[in-house]
Write a new protein. Structure first.
Length: 245
């Protein structure tokens, strides 16, 4: 995994390689809710965290439900206490935030000056529900300034591939007009990454303050895609603050 650095903030996205899971989860599946061997998932999470220089016990995952709730993390939580949320935020150095996807848009945010980082899981329902602006607002409540926030979005299904019924496209576009799209074969679709970046801009985050991956998860064989595979694993985005030296 490549790590991107901005001041104290670190950003990274995994792919599907380098883990221990058997097919159809091969091999670095980080999700414990898709039917994979729990021991393999635990080992994969250890591999991913260690590769980032993080303590595996200090990387927090969410129970993602395609909503707009944002959880505040200040210490690791037990699996039994893992919150149902699609965003997370922390101001604690060395505590890694993880967000899992397999077509949805993984959003990583940081204001290094304020010492605040966050993640958001922006699928079609979560984007329409406003998980991205909710996450930015939670960062602001901890002292972040939108004009300073750096945003990274990882591989996600693109608007040219994400076919949906016409009524669904219209419903989502009513709330996020920039998500209106058409597939490469001419049918209705939703551009979730495009919608996410429109929401980030509306929240005061400059497009030049970050990076939008151009990889389509559905087209990339290096990433998991639920729409392509059905039964499959999840890759993840990670964001954290380095401890003060």
């Amino acid at each position: 995994m490549e790590i991107f650095e901005h001041g104290r903030a670190r950003f990274a996205f995994s792919d599907r390689h380098g883990g221990v899971s058997a097919e159809p989860y091969g091999s670095l599946n980080l999700a414990d809710h898709v039917g994979d061997d729990p021991a393999a998932v635990r080992r994969n999470r250890e591999i991913a965290a260690s590769g980032l220089g993080l303590d595996p016990e200090r990387v927090v995952y969410l129970t993602q439900v395609h909503g707009a709730e944002v959880a505040l993390a200040r210490e690791p939580w037990a699996d039994t206490a893992r919150p149902e949320a699609d965003g997370s935020v922390t101001d604690v150095p060395g505590l890694g935030l993880a967000i899992m996807v397999a077509d949805c848009t993984p959003v990583l945010l940081a204001d290094p000056e304020a010492g605040v980082v966050a993640t958001a899981h922006a699928g079609r329902p979560g984007m329409a529900a406003g998980v991205v602006p909710a996450t930015v607002a939670r960062m602001v409540s901890l002292g972040a300034e939108p004009s300073r926030i750096i945003a990274y979005t990882g591989p996600a299904v693109c608007g040219a591939c994400y076919e949906v019924p016409e009524a669904m496209r219209a419903d989502v576009a009513e709330r996020v007009p920039e998500s209106f799209a058409t597939t490469s074969w001419g049918t209705p679709s939703v551009d979730v990454p495009g919608g996410v970046w429109a929401q980030l801009r509306a929240a005061g985050i400059a497009p030049e303050h970050g990076h939008r991956s151009e990889l389509c998860a559905m087209e990339s064989k290096d990433h998991y895609s639920y729409r392509r595979e059905g039964v499959t694993g999840r890759f993840a985005g990670f964001v954290w603050l380095e401890a003060d030296v």
